[in-house]
Design a protein around this ligand. Structure first.
Ligand code: MRU
Length: 355
């Protein structure tokens, strides 16, 4: 079981021992190189999130929590007002690095809440509370991912074929992950799944990260191009689809990596259950429907040149590069959270999670 622990207990994001920087694995270098980098300036943190050196909704939130704590320690202010004004400016800056995953603003708002609720205390005390809070965000995510993985595992059986899209494993979250959580937990319990991982164009999180994690954990994983999902479903090789999420609206519409909604449409066609897995920190009850989710648009280079020795399109060719799409709630069999399995009508089942 050591091979599984090496994957599930990877230190993808943590606070340095002296609390002066956030230490992350640079995910842009995977699978070729496992390299840790330290972030201790606002620009380095913004860049790490924007460039996807740290990525995956829960991991972005954890990184932002640690990050704003590290930056708060650097604030030189005479009084609370001076401290808070600079804290808020830094928080807004980090929050602008990526728009779709709600965990980023969720974690930063939570950290800001600690500051505003303790305005009568000395800054030293506020810093101690901020450290406690960012560590709590991480600890809670570990527990949530484990619970999500247990619930997800209850929906499949030994030997099942599972299709995944993007990466919602340990690198994107904490420990077991969400979308890949049931697979890794099942493997730990001695179960064997046959997993098909979509490569996930254009940034290849499926090929570079999911296939890397599952292969290292000893899971039977087969990499496919995104446009091969239909044939593996038609062949009868898939019993369930498991994906993560970046923001779930109150009606159950779920934003996840671009291409997810296509997988859901295919799954419906072939009568395969389509499960979205994520912590309640990814559910945005202030967002009524998927139409209210802001979708991040990224650079054309990611499509035309990034992975190639030579450009694969003329420089003047236009590109449309949305990083996420929204899967309509009608295509989702269940949304699996740490508090349980939600089914339609989602307006009711999701609201009940927050009662
Ligand atoms: O652009 P990314 O790599 O941050 O997108 C990640 C995804 O879409 C994941 O599937 C999602 O965040 C769930 S991670 C548990």
């Amino acid at each position: 079981m050591d091979e599984i622990r090496k994957v599930t207990h990877i230190d993808n994001v943590r606070l340095s021992d002296d609390g002066t920087s956030v230490v992350i694995i640079d995910q842009t270098l995977l699978p070729g190189e496992v390299k840790y980098i330290e972030l201790n300036t606002p620009e380095a943190m913004y860049d790490a999130i924007y460039q996807l050196k740290i990525r995956g909704a829960p991991a972005i939130g954890i990184c932002a929590g640690y990050g704003i704590y590290v930056l708060a320690r650097q604030i030189k202010a005479k009084d609370f007002d001076g401290f808070y004004s600079e804290f808020h400016r830094l928080k807004e800056y980090l929050n602008s690095s990526r728009p779709t995953a709600v965990n980023l603003s969720w974690a930063l708002n939570r950290m800001e809440g600690v500051v505003t609720a303790n305005r009568e205390k000395p800054v030293e005390d506020i810093l101690a509370l901020l450290e406690k809070e960012c560590r709590a965000i991480h600890e809670e995510d570990i527990r949530m991912c484990h619970a999500i993985s247990e619930y997800g595992l209850s929906l499949v059986k030994d030997g099942d074929g599972i299709l995944t899209h993007c990466n919602a494993g340990p690198l994107a979250t904490s420990r077991y992950g969400t979308g890949q959580g049931p697979i890794l937990l099942g493997r730990e319990k001695g179960m064997n799944f046959r997993v098909f991982a979509d490569e996930t164009r254009p940034l290849l999180q499926g090929a570079r990260l999911t296939a890397f994690e599952l292969q290292r954990a000893g899971v039977d994983v087969t990499l496919i191009c995104d446009n091969m999902a239909s044939i593996v479903m038609k062949n009868g090789w898939i019993n369930a689809c498991f994906v993560g999420c970046d923001r779930v609206a109150a009606n159950g519409d779920a934003a996840n990596k671009i291409g997810t909604s296509g997988v859901a449409i295919l799954a419906k066609h072939y009568g395969i259950p389509f499960y979205v897995l994520g912590p309640t920190s990814t559910i945005d009850m202030n967002c009524p429907t998927g139409d209210d989710i802001r979708i991040e648009l990224r650079q054309p280079e990611e499509i035309k040149t990034k992975w190639y020795a030579k450009p694969m399109a003329l420089p003047e060719v236009k590109c449309y590069n949305p990083a996420f799409d929204v899967t309509d709630h009608s295509l989702i069999t269940a949304i699996i959270t740490e508090k349980g399995i939600c089914r339609a009508p989602y307006t009711e089942s999701l609201a009940a999670l927050f009662d």
